[in-house]
Design a protein around this ligand. Sequence first.
Ligand code: PLP
Length: 395
Amino acid sequence: MISEKMKVLVKNGSAIRAMFEEGKIMAAKYGKDNIYDFSLGNPSIVPPACVREAIVDLAENEPEMELHGYPNNAGFEDVRQAVADYTNKSFGTHLDASNIIMTVGAAGGINVTLKAIINPGDEVMVIAPYFGEYDNYISNFDGVKVMVNADLERFSINFEDFESKVSPKTRCVIINTPNNPTGAVYTEDDIKKLADILNRKQSEYGTSIYLFSDEPYREIAFGKVDIPYIVNYYKNTVVGYSYSKSLSLPGERIGYLVVPSELDDFREVLDAMVVANRILGFVNAPTLMQKVVKKVIGSTSDLSVYEQNKDILYKALTDIGYECVEPKGTFYMFPKALIPDDKEFCKKAKEFRLIIVPGSNFACPGYFRIAYCVDKKTVENSIQSFKDLYEFYKK
Ligand code: PLP
Protein backbone atom coordinates (compact mmCIF):
# COMPACT_ATOMS: atom_id res chain seq x y z
CA MET A 1 0.00 0.00 0.00
CA ILE A 2 1.51 3.35 -0.94
CA SER A 3 0.66 6.78 0.41
CA GLU A 4 -2.18 8.81 -1.08
CA LYS A 5 0.28 11.55 -2.03
CA MET A 6 2.54 9.12 -3.87
CA LYS A 7 -0.42 7.58 -5.69
CA VAL A 8 -0.97 10.92 -7.42
CA LEU A 9 2.72 11.42 -8.15
CA VAL A 10 3.17 7.91 -9.56
CA LYS A 11 0.07 8.39 -11.73
CA ASN A 12 1.37 11.69 -13.10
CA GLY A 13 4.87 10.23 -13.55
CA SER A 14 7.42 12.26 -15.44
CA ALA A 15 6.25 12.88 -18.97
CA ILE A 16 9.76 13.91 -20.01
CA ARG A 17 11.35 10.75 -18.66
CA ALA A 18 8.61 8.73 -20.38
CA MET A 19 9.41 10.42 -23.69
CA PHE A 20 13.09 9.73 -23.17
CA GLU A 21 12.30 6.03 -22.63
CA GLU A 22 10.06 6.03 -25.70
CA GLY A 23 12.88 7.65 -27.66
CA LYS A 24 15.13 4.74 -26.79
CA ILE A 25 12.51 2.27 -28.02
CA MET A 26 12.06 4.25 -31.25
CA ALA A 27 15.84 4.38 -31.71
CA ALA A 28 16.02 0.58 -31.37
CA LYS A 29 13.26 0.25 -33.98
CA TYR A 30 14.31 2.83 -36.58
CA GLY A 31 18.05 3.14 -35.85
CA LYS A 32 19.60 5.74 -33.54
CA ASP A 33 20.60 8.04 -36.40
CA ASN A 34 17.04 8.20 -37.70
CA ILE A 35 15.47 9.47 -34.48
CA TYR A 36 15.85 13.08 -33.37
CA ASP A 37 15.53 12.86 -29.64
CA PHE A 38 15.30 16.33 -28.09
CA SER A 39 13.56 15.20 -24.91
CA LEU A 40 16.01 15.30 -22.03
CA GLY A 41 18.45 17.91 -20.71
CA ASN A 42 21.29 15.42 -20.48
CA PRO A 43 24.59 17.12 -21.48
CA SER A 44 25.97 15.81 -24.78
CA ILE A 45 29.59 16.86 -24.31
CA VAL A 46 32.15 15.10 -22.17
CA PRO A 47 33.44 16.64 -18.93
CA PRO A 48 36.76 18.51 -19.29
CA ALA A 49 39.93 16.37 -18.94
CA CYS A 50 40.71 18.01 -15.58
CA VAL A 51 37.76 16.16 -14.00
CA ARG A 52 39.18 12.75 -14.87
CA GLU A 53 42.66 13.87 -13.78
CA ALA A 54 41.32 15.11 -10.46
CA ILE A 55 39.45 11.83 -9.85
CA VAL A 56 42.57 9.76 -10.62
CA ASP A 57 44.80 11.99 -8.51
CA LEU A 58 42.40 11.86 -5.55
CA ALA A 59 41.95 8.09 -5.82
CA GLU A 60 45.71 7.56 -5.88
CA ASN A 61 46.90 10.16 -3.39
CA GLU A 62 44.16 11.14 -0.93
CA PRO A 63 43.98 9.19 2.35
CA GLU A 64 41.10 6.81 1.71
CA MET A 65 39.03 7.57 4.78
CA GLU A 66 39.43 11.29 4.17
CA LEU A 67 38.06 10.67 0.70
CA HIS A 68 35.27 8.24 1.54
CA GLY A 69 34.28 8.97 5.16
CA TYR A 70 31.50 11.27 6.37
CA PRO A 71 32.40 14.97 6.13
CA ASN A 72 30.42 17.76 7.85
CA ASN A 73 26.81 17.72 6.67
CA ALA A 74 27.49 21.11 5.03
CA GLY A 75 30.54 19.76 3.20
CA PHE A 76 34.32 20.01 3.54
CA GLU A 77 35.40 23.39 4.95
CA ASP A 78 38.22 23.85 2.40
CA VAL A 79 35.92 23.02 -0.53
CA ARG A 80 33.31 25.50 0.70
CA GLN A 81 36.00 28.16 1.13
CA ALA A 82 37.21 27.49 -2.43
CA VAL A 83 33.65 27.93 -3.74
CA ALA A 84 33.26 31.16 -1.72
CA ASP A 85 36.59 32.54 -3.01
CA TYR A 86 35.69 31.73 -6.59
CA THR A 87 32.25 33.36 -6.23
CA ASN A 88 33.79 36.48 -4.65
CA LYS A 89 36.30 36.76 -7.47
CA SER A 90 33.64 36.27 -10.14
CA PHE A 91 30.83 38.42 -8.75
CA GLY A 92 32.31 40.79 -6.15
CA THR A 93 30.50 39.11 -3.26
CA HIS A 94 31.87 38.81 0.30
CA LEU A 95 31.30 35.17 1.12
CA ASP A 96 33.29 32.67 3.13
CA ALA A 97 32.96 28.95 3.84
CA SER A 98 30.12 29.58 6.29
CA ASN A 99 27.96 30.89 3.42
CA ILE A 100 28.25 27.71 1.36
CA ILE A 101 26.52 24.33 1.73
CA MET A 102 27.56 21.57 -0.67
CA THR A 103 24.47 19.78 -2.01
CA VAL A 104 23.30 16.82 -4.03
CA GLY A 105 22.91 18.84 -7.22
CA ALA A 106 20.49 21.71 -7.75
CA ALA A 107 17.55 19.43 -6.95
CA GLY A 108 19.06 18.67 -3.55
CA GLY A 109 19.67 22.38 -2.92
CA ILE A 110 16.09 23.38 -3.71
CA ASN A 111 14.65 20.65 -1.48
CA VAL A 112 17.00 21.57 1.38
CA THR A 113 15.96 25.23 1.10
CA LEU A 114 12.23 24.56 0.97
CA LYS A 115 12.49 22.10 3.86
CA ALA A 116 14.25 24.79 5.90
CA ILE A 117 11.85 27.68 5.26
CA ILE A 118 8.37 26.39 4.32
CA ASN A 119 5.50 25.77 6.72
CA PRO A 120 2.54 23.81 5.35
CA GLY A 121 0.32 26.29 3.51
CA ASP A 122 3.10 28.80 2.81
CA GLU A 123 3.13 30.05 -0.76
CA VAL A 124 5.99 29.44 -3.17
CA MET A 125 5.87 31.41 -6.40
CA VAL A 126 7.08 30.07 -9.73
CA ILE A 127 7.29 31.92 -13.03
CA ALA A 128 5.76 30.15 -16.04
CA PRO A 129 7.11 28.50 -18.03
CA TYR A 130 9.15 26.64 -15.42
CA PHE A 131 10.97 23.35 -14.64
CA GLY A 132 8.05 21.04 -13.79
CA GLU A 133 9.83 19.32 -10.90
CA TYR A 134 9.33 22.49 -8.82
CA ASP A 135 5.72 21.35 -8.31
CA ASN A 136 6.92 18.15 -6.67
CA TYR A 137 9.56 19.88 -4.57
CA ILE A 138 6.97 22.37 -3.25
CA SER A 139 4.48 19.59 -2.53
CA ASN A 140 7.20 17.63 -0.65
CA PHE A 141 6.83 20.22 2.13
CA ASP A 142 3.11 20.91 1.71
CA GLY A 143 3.78 24.35 0.29
CA VAL A 144 1.24 25.96 -2.02
CA LYS A 145 2.41 26.76 -5.52
CA VAL A 146 1.44 30.15 -6.88
CA MET A 147 2.13 30.46 -10.59
CA VAL A 148 2.90 33.72 -12.36
CA ASN A 149 1.56 33.68 -15.92
CA ALA A 150 4.12 33.68 -18.71
CA ASP A 151 5.48 36.78 -20.39
CA LEU A 152 5.12 35.48 -23.93
CA GLU A 153 6.99 38.43 -25.50
CA ARG A 154 10.41 37.74 -23.96
CA PHE A 155 9.88 34.88 -21.50
CA SER A 156 11.02 37.20 -18.76
CA ILE A 157 8.69 37.92 -15.80
CA ASN A 158 5.10 39.12 -16.18
CA PHE A 159 5.59 41.77 -13.49
CA GLU A 160 1.99 42.90 -13.34
CA ASP A 161 0.78 39.38 -12.65
CA PHE A 162 3.71 38.78 -10.30
CA GLU A 163 3.02 41.82 -8.17
CA SER A 164 -0.69 41.05 -7.92
CA LYS A 165 0.05 37.54 -6.61
CA VAL A 166 2.65 38.29 -3.91
CA SER A 167 0.75 37.86 -0.64
CA PRO A 168 1.36 37.85 3.11
CA LYS A 169 1.77 34.07 2.76
CA THR A 170 4.52 34.31 0.12
CA ARG A 171 7.57 32.70 1.65
CA CYS A 172 9.69 31.99 -1.39
CA VAL A 173 9.96 32.90 -5.07
CA ILE A 174 11.85 30.54 -7.36
CA ILE A 175 13.49 31.97 -10.46
CA ASN A 176 15.68 30.23 -13.02
CA THR A 177 17.91 32.23 -15.34
CA PRO A 178 19.23 31.15 -17.84
CA ASN A 179 15.92 29.40 -18.08
CA ASN A 180 14.73 25.87 -18.67
CA PRO A 181 12.66 25.57 -20.90
CA THR A 182 12.96 28.89 -22.78
CA GLY A 183 16.70 29.72 -22.79
CA ALA A 184 15.77 33.26 -21.66
CA VAL A 185 18.12 35.29 -19.46
CA TYR A 186 16.67 37.92 -17.12
CA THR A 187 18.26 41.33 -17.65
CA GLU A 188 19.63 43.57 -14.90
CA ASP A 189 16.53 45.70 -15.31
CA ASP A 190 14.31 42.64 -14.76
CA ILE A 191 16.18 41.75 -11.58
CA LYS A 192 15.99 45.30 -10.27
CA LYS A 193 12.23 45.37 -10.89
CA LEU A 194 11.82 42.02 -9.16
CA ALA A 195 13.88 43.16 -6.15
CA ASP A 196 11.91 46.39 -5.94
CA ILE A 197 8.56 44.58 -5.82
CA LEU A 198 9.82 42.08 -3.23
CA ASN A 199 11.29 44.81 -1.03
CA ARG A 200 8.04 46.77 -1.15
CA LYS A 201 5.94 43.71 -0.37
CA GLN A 202 8.19 42.67 2.52
CA SER A 203 7.79 46.12 4.07
CA GLU A 204 4.06 46.16 3.45
CA TYR A 205 3.46 42.71 5.01
CA GLY A 206 6.30 42.72 7.55
CA THR A 207 7.50 39.35 6.23
CA SER A 208 10.68 37.85 4.79
CA ILE A 209 10.35 36.68 1.21
CA TYR A 210 13.26 34.50 0.13
CA LEU A 211 14.25 34.52 -3.52
CA PHE A 212 15.67 31.21 -4.66
CA SER A 213 17.81 31.60 -7.76
CA ASP A 214 18.15 28.21 -9.45
CA GLU A 215 21.28 28.49 -11.59
CA PRO A 216 22.42 25.19 -13.10
CA TYR A 217 22.84 26.92 -16.49
CA ARG A 218 24.80 30.01 -15.34
CA GLU A 219 27.80 29.30 -17.60
CA ILE A 220 25.79 28.31 -20.66
CA ALA A 221 25.24 31.83 -21.98
CA PHE A 222 25.53 32.98 -25.57
CA GLY A 223 27.45 35.91 -27.04
CA LYS A 224 28.20 38.60 -24.51
CA VAL A 225 24.97 38.28 -22.57
CA ASP A 226 25.27 39.49 -19.00
CA ILE A 227 23.77 37.31 -16.25
CA PRO A 228 23.37 39.45 -13.12
CA TYR A 229 24.39 37.78 -9.84
CA ILE A 230 21.12 38.02 -7.93
CA VAL A 231 22.77 38.20 -4.48
CA ASN A 232 24.03 41.67 -5.45
CA TYR A 233 20.48 42.96 -6.03
CA TYR A 234 18.28 41.45 -3.32
CA LYS A 235 19.52 40.57 0.13
CA ASN A 236 17.12 37.68 0.81
CA THR A 237 18.53 35.64 -2.07
CA VAL A 238 19.67 32.03 -1.87
CA VAL A 239 21.52 30.73 -4.92
CA GLY A 240 21.33 27.08 -5.91
CA TYR A 241 24.14 26.03 -8.20
CA SER A 242 24.94 22.69 -9.83
CA TYR A 243 27.82 21.21 -11.79
CA SER A 244 25.41 18.90 -13.65
CA LYS A 245 25.43 20.99 -16.80
CA SER A 246 28.60 23.13 -16.69
CA LEU A 247 30.88 20.14 -16.06
CA SER A 248 28.55 17.56 -17.68
CA LEU A 249 28.27 15.62 -14.40
CA PRO A 250 24.51 15.18 -13.77
CA GLY A 251 24.94 11.61 -12.55
CA GLU A 252 27.51 12.63 -9.94
CA ARG A 253 25.00 14.80 -8.03
CA ILE A 254 27.12 17.73 -6.97
CA GLY A 255 26.20 21.39 -6.42
CA TYR A 256 26.03 23.97 -3.67
CA LEU A 257 23.90 26.63 -2.02
CA VAL A 258 25.06 30.20 -1.47
CA VAL A 259 23.46 31.59 1.70
CA PRO A 260 24.64 35.21 2.17
CA SER A 261 25.10 36.56 5.72
CA GLU A 262 22.74 39.48 4.90
CA LEU A 263 19.79 37.09 4.63
CA ASP A 264 17.03 37.63 7.24
CA ASP A 265 17.60 35.18 10.13
CA PHE A 266 20.79 34.04 8.43
CA ARG A 267 22.18 31.83 11.20
CA GLU A 268 18.85 30.14 11.84
CA VAL A 269 18.17 29.52 8.15
CA LEU A 270 21.69 28.21 7.55
CA ASP A 271 21.55 25.81 10.49
CA ALA A 272 18.12 24.61 9.35
CA MET A 273 19.48 23.95 5.86
CA VAL A 274 22.37 21.88 7.18
CA VAL A 275 19.97 19.82 9.29
CA ALA A 276 17.63 19.53 6.28
CA ASN A 277 20.52 18.22 4.17
CA ARG A 278 21.04 15.50 6.76
CA ILE A 279 17.47 14.52 7.54
CA LEU A 280 16.20 14.51 3.97
CA GLY A 281 18.60 11.60 3.65
CA PHE A 282 21.21 13.34 1.52
CA VAL A 283 23.42 13.47 4.68
CA ASN A 284 26.14 15.22 2.67
CA ALA A 285 27.08 15.87 -0.95
CA PRO A 286 29.29 13.10 -2.45
CA THR A 287 32.78 13.47 -0.94
CA LEU A 288 34.85 12.51 -3.97
CA MET A 289 32.97 15.04 -6.09
CA GLN A 290 33.35 17.79 -3.48
CA LYS A 291 37.10 17.34 -3.69
CA VAL A 292 37.01 17.22 -7.48
CA VAL A 293 35.15 20.55 -7.48
CA LYS A 294 37.90 22.18 -5.44
CA LYS A 295 40.53 20.99 -7.91
CA VAL A 296 38.72 22.03 -11.10
CA ILE A 297 36.88 25.13 -9.92
CA GLY A 298 36.33 27.59 -12.79
CA SER A 299 36.62 24.91 -15.51
CA THR A 300 33.75 23.87 -17.74
CA SER A 301 33.08 21.41 -20.53
CA ASP A 302 33.37 22.86 -24.04
CA LEU A 303 30.02 24.63 -23.82
CA SER A 304 30.45 26.35 -27.21
CA VAL A 305 28.83 23.31 -28.85
CA TYR A 306 25.44 24.34 -27.43
CA GLU A 307 25.65 27.80 -28.95
CA GLN A 308 26.54 26.29 -32.33
CA ASN A 309 23.50 24.00 -32.10
CA LYS A 310 21.31 26.95 -31.10
CA ASP A 311 22.51 29.01 -34.08
CA ILE A 312 21.82 26.22 -36.56
CA LEU A 313 18.44 25.31 -35.14
CA TYR A 314 17.15 28.81 -34.46
CA LYS A 315 17.98 29.97 -37.99
CA ALA A 316 16.54 26.86 -39.62
CA LEU A 317 13.31 26.89 -37.62
CA THR A 318 12.61 30.59 -38.06
CA ASP A 319 13.45 30.31 -41.80
CA ILE A 320 10.89 27.50 -42.06
CA GLY A 321 8.30 29.71 -40.34
CA TYR A 322 8.28 28.63 -36.67
CA GLU A 323 7.83 31.44 -34.16
CA CYS A 324 10.45 31.43 -31.42
CA VAL A 325 12.12 33.78 -28.93
CA GLU A 326 15.86 33.41 -29.54
CA PRO A 327 17.52 31.68 -26.56
CA LYS A 328 20.30 33.58 -24.78
CA GLY A 329 21.59 30.55 -22.91
CA THR A 330 21.05 26.91 -21.79
CA PHE A 331 20.51 24.20 -24.38
CA TYR A 332 16.77 24.63 -24.73
CA MET A 333 14.52 26.37 -27.22
CA PHE A 334 10.79 26.98 -26.76
CA PRO A 335 9.00 27.62 -30.08
CA LYS A 336 5.28 28.03 -30.55
CA ALA A 337 3.46 24.84 -31.53
CA LEU A 338 1.67 24.97 -34.88
CA ILE A 339 -1.68 24.08 -33.28
CA PRO A 340 -3.04 25.15 -29.88
CA ASP A 341 -2.94 21.58 -28.54
CA ASP A 342 0.78 21.17 -27.83
CA LYS A 343 0.37 17.55 -26.66
CA GLU A 344 -1.26 16.57 -29.91
CA PHE A 345 1.43 18.51 -31.77
CA CYS A 346 4.25 16.61 -30.03
CA LYS A 347 2.45 13.33 -30.65
CA LYS A 348 2.25 14.14 -34.34
CA ALA A 349 5.96 15.15 -34.33
CA LYS A 350 6.84 11.58 -33.41
CA GLU A 351 5.52 10.47 -36.81
CA PHE A 352 8.27 12.70 -38.20
CA ARG A 353 10.77 11.03 -35.81
CA LEU A 354 11.06 14.15 -33.68
CA ILE A 355 10.89 13.72 -29.91
CA ILE A 356 9.99 17.08 -28.41
CA VAL A 357 8.26 17.98 -25.14
CA PRO A 358 4.87 19.75 -24.85
CA GLY A 359 4.94 23.21 -23.28
CA SER A 360 2.16 22.05 -20.91
CA ASN A 361 4.86 20.16 -19.00
CA PHE A 362 6.31 23.57 -18.16
CA ALA A 363 2.92 25.21 -17.46
CA CYS A 364 2.90 26.92 -20.85
CA PRO A 365 0.56 25.19 -23.30
CA GLY A 366 0.75 26.01 -26.99
CA TYR A 367 4.56 25.73 -27.08
CA PHE A 368 7.12 22.94 -27.20
CA ARG A 369 10.63 22.44 -25.84
CA ILE A 370 13.61 21.29 -27.84
CA ALA A 371 16.58 20.13 -25.72
CA TYR A 372 19.40 20.57 -28.25
CA CYS A 373 22.10 19.02 -26.06
CA VAL A 374 22.69 16.48 -28.82
CA ASP A 375 25.43 16.20 -31.41
CA LYS A 376 25.54 18.69 -34.23
CA LYS A 377 24.76 16.04 -36.83
CA THR A 378 21.48 15.21 -35.10
CA VAL A 379 20.52 18.89 -35.16
CA GLU A 380 21.39 19.22 -38.85
CA ASN A 381 19.66 15.99 -39.84
CA SER A 382 16.50 16.90 -37.90
CA ILE A 383 15.79 20.02 -39.93
CA GLN A 384 14.05 18.21 -42.76
CA SER A 385 11.71 16.63 -40.21
CA PHE A 386 10.85 20.03 -38.72
CA LYS A 387 10.18 21.22 -42.28
CA ASP A 388 7.94 18.24 -43.03
CA LEU A 389 6.06 18.76 -39.76
CA TYR A 390 5.52 22.42 -40.63
CA GLU A 391 4.28 21.54 -44.09
CA PHE A 392 1.93 18.93 -42.66
CA TYR A 393 0.14 21.62 -40.66
CA LYS A 394 0.46 24.51 -43.10
CA LYS A 395 -0.32 22.75 -46.37
N1 PLP B 1 16.70 23.17 -12.02
C1 PLP B 1 16.55 23.23 -13.35
C2 PLP B 1 15.97 24.46 -13.95
C3 PLP B 1 16.91 22.15 -14.15
O1 PLP B 1 16.75 22.24 -15.48
C4 PLP B 1 17.45 20.99 -13.54
C5 PLP B 1 17.81 19.83 -14.35
O2 PLP B 1 17.60 19.71 -15.51
C6 PLP B 1 17.59 20.98 -12.16
C7 PLP B 1 17.20 22.09 -11.43
C8 PLP B 1 18.17 19.81 -11.45
O3 PLP B 1 19.55 19.79 -11.62
P1 PLP B 1 20.52 18.81 -10.84
O4 PLP B 1 20.87 17.70 -11.77
O5 PLP B 1 21.71 19.61 -10.51
O6 PLP B 1 19.80 18.35 -9.63
